[in-house]
Design a protein around this ligand. Structure first.
Ligand SMILES: [Zn+2]
Length: 155
């Protein structure tokens, strides 16, 4: 069975209550990303040696094989690259939310990022639509990054 990230808060429910599926924001691999999200910012790891973005973070830079990294805040807008619609919950805590869409968003810096797509009817989703990050606080430590149509229209 695949490993499921432990919820960042609370204890698993014993009866009808199921702890939400939240990321481990203390994991050092992604901690700066989640810390930035609590401030409403989108942070991506970069290689200072060749300036290549590293997303998702990897063991070393795929472009120059360097091992040094730094985190930079980037524009939190992008375009819908592709998406899928979950009609069966991937985790019991999501059962009341199906059907929902998960987007692969391509950022202006070229990396693709997965996240919940909201604020648009499922039948109105269009490849290439401009999106903007929406920061959803789930606890003092955990802020999730969802994506929604960019109504400013200048993504
Ligand atoms: Zn590099």
């Amino acid at each position: 069975m695949a490993t499921i990230l432990e919820p960042g808060t609370g204890q698993p429910g014993r009866t009808n209550e199921v702890a939400p599926l939240l990321p481990d924001v203390k994991n050092p691999v992604l901690a700066p990303h989640w810390e930035a999200a609590t401030r409403g910012r989108l942070a991506i790891r970069f290689c200072p040696g060749c300036n290549a973005p590293q997303w998702p973070p990897r063991y070393n830079c795929l472009a120059c094989h360097g091992f040094d990294f730094q985190w930079r805040e980037v524009a939190d807008r992008g375009q819908l690259f592709t998406y899928f619609i979950a009609r069966k919950a991937l985790h019991p805590s999501l059962a009341h939310e199906v059907p929902y869409a998960t987007a692969a968003v391509v950022l202006p810096i070229g990396v693709k990022m997965l996240g919940r797509l909201e604020g648009v009817e499922l039948r109105s989703i269009r490849i290439g639509m401009p999106l903007r990050a929406r920061y959803v606080r789930r606890s003092p430590e955990v802020t999730l990054i969802y994506w929604a149509p960019d109504t400013d229209g200048d993504a």
